[in-house]
Design a protein around this ligand. Structure first.
Ligand code: BG6
Length: 503
C-alpha cells in the first residue's frame, strides 16, 4: 500500500456545505480505507465559535448521511483526528493564535510541520487568505535553506477548489497571487471529476491496451459526445449560479478534464509532469471559435417552470432579464493532427431527463460495406464505445455480429463491463483519493496553472459578447425532464448527427 506523510489538513470554510457534505465524509472513507497516516489530523477553520467536540458531533450526522457504509466505532476513531479553530481567516489577527494551535497539534501528533491547506471558501476570499497565510510565515517550503535530504523537510501545500477564476484574466490574477506564496509544485487545483473512477480508467483503457490507440483518431472516430446531465435544479445557490452558468460551472472545469483525457496524446510515462504536460498541450490545441462560429457552435438554454418550481429566470436571486445558461451544448474542434475534422460535442444542464455523465465515442462505418447486397442486412450501425462515468460505472462496446440461424443477418450487440458487478467495489467520494494524492505530493490528477488559463481562453467566446445571438431567447426554452433545448438537437442535426439519449 502507498503511504502518506503525516500532516495537518487545514480546511478553511469548515462550516460550509462542501466541507460537511463532501470533504469530511471523504476523509472518513480514507481513514477507514487506511489511507491516512496515523498521525494525520484535520483542523477546521471557520468564524463560528464551537468546540472540537461540537464540530465532531455535527459532522457525525453528515458522515452518516453521506457515506455508503457508516460504522459508529470507526467514526469515533476518526473523530479523534478532528479539531476546530474559530477565526476569520481573512483577518490578520486570526493568524498568531492559529499558528500557535498548529504548532501545538504538530508537537502533540507528530505531523512534522507538514500542512495541507484546503480553500473551501467563496472565491473572493481565495486571494486574501493566501496573502495572510504567506504573511504569517506559514509557508516555509522553498523559502529557506533546505536540507539536502528531502525526508527531513516539512512541506506546505494548498488545495484550491473551483471556481478557479471567472474568466481568463481573473484566473491569471489568482495564479499570480498563489504563486507569490506557493511554488507551482505545492499548488493543487482540484477538480473532483478527476477523482471519478471511470475518468481515470479512461487513461488505462487508452494507454494500457494496444487495441484502442491505433483507431483513436480522425481516421476512425466520427465524433465524440461528452454529456453531464443532471436532474437537480440550481438549489440554494441561485445568486452564485446566476454569475456562473453551465459553461463555467461544468464545461470549462469538469468537462474539459474529461475532454483532455479522451483527446490527449499518450504521455511518455505516467508521471505528474508528463500527464500534465499532455493536458496543457491538448487544451491549448482547442480551436477557439470566431465570432461567427460561436452562434453555430453552441446552444444555450434555461429551464422552464415545471409547475412546482418557477422557470429559471423567475427564481429568487436570479437577476431580472438574466441570460445565464442552465444548459449548454458546444462543439469543439482541435487544431492538431490526431483530431483534424473530428468534432467533440459537449453538453450539460440542470433539470434534464436523467442524471447521466458519459462519453460516447462514435466510430466511422467500415471502409467498405461488403454485405450491401445481402438481403436483410443493412441495418448495421457503426461501432460505438460508451464510457458511463455516473451514476453507473460501465464500459459498453457496440459491434455487429451475425444473428444465429440460417441466412446472413446482422445485429448490433453491446459488450458491457459493469464496475460494480465485476470488481464488487463501492465507489468512494471522489475528493478522498485526490486529497490523499495531495498528501503524497502527487500532482498527476490536479490542474496546472497554464492548463486552467488555456481552458478559460477556449471558452471565453461562448461567454462574452460574441455569444449574444446564442443567448437571445433562451428563457424557458427547454422543458424540465427533457434533454434540453431544440437548438442543441439542431447543433448536431446540422452535422447529420444526433445525441445519444436512449437509456
Ligand atoms: C459541481 C457544480 O462542481 O459539480 C454543480 O458546481 C454540479 O453545479 C456538480 O451539480 C456535479 O457533480 P457530480 O459529481 O454530481 O457530477
Amino acid at each position: 500500500m502507498l503511504t502518506t506523510d503525516p500532516c495537518i489538513l487545514v480546511i478553511f470554510g469548515a462550516s460550509g456545505d462542501l466541507a460537511s457534505r463532501k470533504l469530511v465524509p471523504a476523509m472518513y472513507e480514507m481513514h477507514v480505507a487506511g489511507q491516512l497516516h496515523p498521525s494525520t489530523v484535520i483542523l477546521g477553520v471557520s468564524r463560528t465559535q464551537k468546540s472540537d467536540d461540537a464540530w465532531r458531533d455535527e459532522l457525525k450526522s453528515w458522515v452518516e448521511r453521506q457515506v455508503k457504509k457508516f460504522d459508529a466505532a470507526k467514526y469515533a476513531e476518526f473523530a479523534r483526528r478532528l479539531f476546530y479553530f474559530a477565526g476569520d481567516a481573512v483577518k490578520r489577527e486570526c493568524y498568531p493564535p492559529l499558528e500557535a494551535r498548529l504548532a501545538e497539534l504538530a508537537e502533540e501528533k507528530g505531523t512534522r510541520g507538514n500542512l495541507l491547506f484546503f480553500l473551501s471558501v467563496a472565491e473572493s476570499l481565495y486571494e486574501p487568505i493566501v496573502e495572510r497565510i504567506d504573511e504569517a510565515g506559514l509557508v516555509v517550503e522553498g523559502k529557506r535553506w533546505c536540507s539536502i535530504d528531502p525526508s527531513t523537510r516539512s512541506w506546505q501545500r494548498i488545495i484550491v477548489e473551483k471556481p478557479f477564476g471567472h474568466d481568463a484574466a481573473s484566473a491569471a490574477s489568482l495564479n499570480r497571487a498563489l504563486g507569490r506564496a506557493f511554488e507551482e509544485e505545492a499548488i493543487y487545483r482540484i477538480d473532483h471529476y478527476l477523482g471519478k473512477e471511470l475518468v481515470q480508467s479512461m487513461l488505462v483503457l487508452r494507454f494500457g491496451n494496444s487495441i484502442f490507440e491505433p483507431v483513436w483518431n480522425w481516421q476512425y472516430i466520427d465524433h465524440v459526445q461528452i454529456t453531464a446531465a443532471e436532474t437537480v435544479s440550481v438549489g440554494q445557490r441561485t445568486a452564485f449560479y446566476d454569475e456562473t452558468g453551465a459553461i463555467r460551472d461544468m464545461i470549462q472545469s469538469h468537462l474539459f478534464q474529461v475532454l483532455a483525457f479522451v483527446a490527449m496524446e499518450p504521455p511518455s510515462l505516467y508521471t505528474p509532469e508528463n500527464v500534465r504536460a499532455e493536458k496543457i498541450k491538448i487544451i491549448d490545441s482547442i480551436s477557439v471559435p470566431t465570432a461567427d462560429e460561436v452562434a453555430t457552435h453552441c446552444a444555450l438554454g434555461q429551464f422552464a417552470s415545471d409547475g412546482k418550481e418557477g422557470a429559471y429566470h423567475e427564481l429568487a436571486g436570479v437577476a431580472q432579464g438574466s441570460t445565464t445558461e442552465t444548459y449548454a451544448a458546444i462543439k469543439v474542434h482541435f487544431d492538431n493532427w490526431r483530431w483534424a475534422g473530428t468534432p467533440f460535442y459537449i453538453r450539460t444542464g440542470k433539470k434534464l431527463a436523467q442524471k447521466r455523465t458519459e462519453v460516447v465515442v462514435q466510430f466511422k462505418p467500415p471502409a467498405a460495406n461488403l454485405f450491401r447486397k445481402v438481403a436483410g442486412f443493412g441495418n448495421e450501425t457503426p461501432n460505438r464505445l460508451v464510457i458511463e462515468i455516473a451514476p453507473k460505472e460501465r464500459f459498453n462496446l457496440r459491434f455487429e455480429v451475425k444473428v444465429p440461424g440460417f441466412g446472413l443477418r446482422g445485429a448490433n450487440v453491446d459488450m458491457q463491463l459493469d464496475y460494480a458487478d465485476h470488481f464488487k467495489a463501492e465507489p468512494v467520494e471522489a475528493y478522498g483519493p485526490l486529497i490523499v494524492d495531495a498528501m503524497r505530493g502527487d500532482q498527476t490528477l490536479f490542474k496546472h496553472r497554464v492548463e486552467v488559463e488555456g481552458a478559460w481562453n477556449a471558452v471565453m467566446p461562448f461567454l462574452d459578447a460574441r455569444s449574444a445571438a446564442a443567448r437571445a431567447g433562451i428563457r424557458a426554452n427547454y422543458a424540465v425532464g427533457s434533454w434540453g433545448p431544440a437548438a442543441a438537437d439542431e447543433l448536431l442535426a446540422r452535422d447529420g448527427r444526433a445525441w445519444r439519449n436512449e437509456p
